[in-house]
Design a protein around this ligand. Structure first.
Ligand SMILES: Cc1cc2nc3c(=O)[nH]c(=O)nc-3n(C[C@H](O)[C@H](O)[C@H](O)COP(=O)(O)OP(=O)(O)OC[C@H]3O[C@@H](n4cnc5c(N)ncnc54)[C@H](O)[C@@H]3O)c2cc1C
Length: 405
């Protein structure tokens, strides 16, 4: 296993390199506004390189995206704003996989440029792990759908222009079959976004109330009743992105670098703590290499259940690293954190240097967001190891007949 991505020359690599050189000959990324730069990049097929031509891509292997990112970074291109996470990593792959050409044309470019910020409207008070049990209703009215219901834990919904919305369109079907997926306009007067405060003091996420929201049928993603399959594309991409974030970074960077930094500054070094630190360092490196191996193996399209391995290990490891950071800090861990309520415009999966007090708290959410660690273990057991499934008594029952609180 090599430390770097294999970029041996082949026709697809050559195509990407030529597209990059032509792009950089015409455009200086550091001289344009982010929207202009990202728009030109989309038009050159260098947004998501594995997407089809004409939709921000060149139709090549997904791993060549890393080549694009590296080359553009070297040319002075700014990184995307944190708020673009849901569009770039979740909504983009979902729209390109399941959307009609009209939907792809209208939604993908502003999503990539950042002119439209996206959020994810999946979870509900009665449907988190059991997402297929959700209750938000969409009823067809002419060429529109009327949506009513409540979503919850919706990260950056307060900044979003569009939401990935899963609704129930046929309550008489079993729960996985009566769902339909839409791109909802978050500025519709029927959309109300209320802050939810987290253990960190910040309100990164929200509850979202939908009251008689009118969604054009033209903004449907996938077929009516196919919302579960469409949602799976979103979730598989979410898990792989959360878990695989460290794959393109150098060895020893990310949260483990923070633990190493605190360790190096300590005057009284305890051998038991050194042992814990070394175990976590090795685990961080193993996860980084596993992510590299998974991305090198991906030939095309969307990730599968293997993303759950990365998500599970990332979550458990991140929590352990930040816990060790506080142990290493000792009494100093108890001071210098401000719990003031703030509206956050970042998605706090990892913190900057010096943020381990906050990140100890924030990382508690890593094993919940994007699917809990228990659910990741169920997926690994059933879909990767082929172990017997959980009993699912309501699987074939019409959703309307399933007992609920
Ligand atoms: C920081 C953060 C950001 C989030 N952002 C978003 C967002 O942007 N959009 C969005 O839609 N949602 C978001 N979520 C919601 C997240 O997806 C859900 O919290 C998660 O899926 C769990 O659902 P739940 O909270 O309803 O818990 P529940 O599903 O009620 O689970 C409660 C407990 O029971 C366990 N459990 C449940 N079912 C099983 C089972 N079958 N086997 C074993 N154990 C089980 C769970 O693991 C958990 O420990 C976010 C959550 C967090 C913490």
């Amino acid at each position: 296993m090599t430390d770097t991505l294999d970029t041996a020359v082949d026709p697809e690599t050559t195509e990407v390199e030529e597209a990059l050189e032509a792009f950089l000959a015409a455009i200086d990324p550091s001289a344009l506004s982010p929207v202009e730069y990202r728009g030109a990049r989309y038009d050159a097929g260098l947004a998501w390189v594995h997407f089809p031509e004409g939709f921000g891509g060149l139709g090549v292997r997904p791993k060549l995206q890393a080549v694009v990112e590296r080359r553009l970074r070297e040319a002075g291109a700014p990184p995307p704003a944190d708020t673009l996470f849901f569009g770039l990593a979740l909504a983009g792959p979902t729209v390109v996989t399941h959307g009609s050409d009209d939907v792809r044309h209208r939604l993908l470019r502003p999503m990539f440029t950042g002119e439209e910020v996206w959020c994810q409207l999946f979870s509900e008070p009665g449907a988190g792990s059991d997402l297929a049990g959700l209750s938000t209703r969409a009823v067809k009215d002419g060429d529109e759908w009327v949506v009513n219901g409540q979503k919850v834990w919706n990260t950056i919904a307060h900044l979003a222009d569009r939401g990935m919305l899963v609704t129930r369109t046929d309550p008489d079907q079993p729960k996985h079959k009566g769902l339909t997926y839409f791109a909802v306009d978050m500025h519709d007067p029927g959309v109300e976004v209320r802050p939810l405060r987290q253990i960190t003091g910040e309100a990164e996420f929200n509850e979202v109330y939908l009251t008689d929201v009118r969604v054009p049928d033209a903004d449907r993603i996938g077929d009516v009743g196919d919302g579960w399959r469409v949602s799976m594309t979103t979730l598989m991409n979410e898990r792989t992105t959360i878990g695989g974030g460290g794959g393109t970074r150098p060895r020893g960077s990310g949260p483990i670098a923070e633990a190493m930094r605190i360790w190096a500054a300590k005057s009284d070094k305890d051998p038991v703590e050194r042992d814990k630190l070394m175990k976590l360092w090795i685990e961080a490196e193993t996860l980084r290499l596993t992510t590299l191996r998974a991305s090198a193996a991906a030939r095309a399209g969307n990730p599968g259940p293997e993303g759950s391995v990365l998500k599970l290990r990332f979550a458990e490891m991140n929590k352990a690293i930040y816990e060790l950071c506080l142990d290493l800090l000792g009494p100093a861990a108890l001071v210098d954190y401000d719990y003031t309520m703030r509206r956050s415009d970042i998605i706090g999966l990892e913190g900057p240097p010096g943020a381990s007090r906050k990140m100890f708290l924030r990382s508690r959410a890593n094993s919940i967001e994007g699917g809990t660690s228990e659910i990741m273990r169920n997926i690994l057991g059933e879909r990767m190891l082929g172990l017997p499934g959980e009993p699912r008594t309501d699987k074939d029952q019409p959703w309307i007949d399933v007992p609920r609180n």
